[in-house]
Design a protein around this ligand. Structure first.
Ligand SMILES: Cc1ncc(COP(=O)(O)O)c(C=O)c1O
Length: 398
């Protein structure tokens, strides 16, 4: 077909190639250190990897059950109980998905009607806007912006005013990509209050649930009073077990919510990743020490990259969790144009980062912000920091 025939659905107007594809291609072309995409460069636990290999060898290579491997569903239920005291029935309240991304798509396609509105905090993980658009619905953003101390916060009135008669659900992500924010008790209580007052569903993306720093604990909004029955909780094993390429995720919660999301999910992939499912069950049952050391190692990496970015002259927002550090580039680049900055960064000093504006419904709010991933080996972080310092610390933008 000619390259000029415009066949893209109008629902995806404006959703071209993702920035990750563009920036990762640039990284390969230029040999730059890729701190753009959020994937770790070390393997996860051997037990988990070995179980996937063993599962392939013992013939776990055909379609798993539609809801997912029953033992993995039990492991997800045990995990929710063990960490959060949440009781979910593995038979009817847990479904395994192709990563959190498919669970999100299933939830949004399965619950939204054309013209519905979704209240969502911006910036946001990039699949949210596309999935909402594919569902024919509209994203209504509530801004997360740094307060005087640099912590990302939102205006409670903006959240309340975002709700209209068309609002069907609130899409929450905590810990939050790209800001590294952990919604605190008051913020979660406010989201819960708005959801209950307006009889809304909350879909919550908790893929960074085990990557919190400085002694913080993750609190699922489903544990708040009155919230279990209206919350669909989504997570995945990619971040927690350094297996982002496996795309094993899950959703859990009250049966009607899981059923709605599953109805759409079953027509997306139906099922996926048979031999990785038992491996993920091994991961979810790892001892506490594994999860503690995972967060501690990442915290050290965060500190290393925050220091490196600071030494290169950037103003870094110190994340409370996740793989990501957002910086304000205006201290090194007065134009404050994050997109142009990221496009020139690989040539200029051999590092790849991602412009935050792609994570906003209203890109102007993120124009001056750039995201670096810290989930990398110390030597990789040090090399990136060295290159950034060489490129910027002299204070002479070229
Ligand atoms: C907030 C958030 N949700 C979901 C995902 C994707 O998860 P998965 O790879 O399990 O689909 C990511 C990956 O970066 C993310 O940052």
């Amino acid at each position: 077909m000619s390259g000029h025939v415009d066949v893209l659905t109008s629902k995806l107007d404006g959703f071209g190639t993702t920035i990750f594809a563009e920036m990762s291609a640039l990284a390969v072309e230029t040999g730059a250190v890729n701190l753009g995409q959020g994937f770790p460069d070390t393997d996860g636990p051997q037990e988990v990897l070995e179980e996937a290999i063993a599962a392939i060898r013992r013939g776990v290579n055909q379609y798993p059950p539609g809801l997912g491997d029953p033992d993995l569903r039990r492991a997800v239920a045990e995990h929710q109980q063990r960490w959060y005291g949440l009781a979910v029935d593995p038979a009817s309240q847990v479904v395994i998905t192709a990563g959190a991304t498919e669970a999100l798509a299933g939830a949004l396609l399965g619950m939204l009607d054309t013209g519905d509105e979704v209240v969502v905090f911006e910036p946001m993980y990039d699949s949210y806007q596309a999935a909402i658009a594919l569902a024919g619905a509209r994203a209504v953003p509530v801004l997360l912006a740094p307060d005087a101390g640099g912590r990302y916060v939102f205006d409670p009135d903006e959240l309340r005013q975002a709700v209209t008669p068309r609002t069907k659900l609130i899409l929450l992500n905590t810990p939050h990509n790209p800001t590294g924010k952990v919604f605190d008790a008051d913020e979660l209580a406010l989201v819960a209050e708005v959801a209950i007052d307006h009889d809304l569903v909350v879909v919550t993306d908790e893929v960074y649930e085990h990557l919190l720093f400085d002694g913080r604990r993750h609190v699922p909004i489903a544990t708040l009073p009155g919230m279990f029955e209206r919350t669909l909780t989504i997570s995945s094993g990619g971040k927690t077990f350094h297996t982002t390429g496996w795309k094993i995720g899950w959703m859990s919660g009250a049966e009607p919510l899981v059923a709605a999301a599953k109805t759409a999910k079953q027509f997306l992939t139906f099922v996926n990743g048979a031999p990785f499912q038992p491996a993920m069950a091994v991961g979810l049952r790892m001892p506490d020490a594994y999860f503690d050391s995972l967060a501690a190692t990442l915290q050290t990496a965060r500190d290393r990259l925050v220091d490196g970015l600071g030494a290169a002259g950037f103003t870094a927002h110190v994340p409370e969790a996740t793989y990501f550090i957002t910086v304000d580039i205006r201290s090194v680049d007065p134009s404050g144009d994050g997109m142009a900055f990221c496009r020139s960064l690989p040539e200029r000093c051999g590092v790849v980062a991602v412009p935050d504006e792609v994570f906003y419904v209203r890109p102007e709010h993120g124009r001056h912000l750039v995201r670096f991933a810290c989930c990398k080996r110390p030597d990789v972080i040090d090399e990136a920091a060295r290159r950034l310092a060489a490129g910027f610390a002299s204070g002479s933008p070229s």
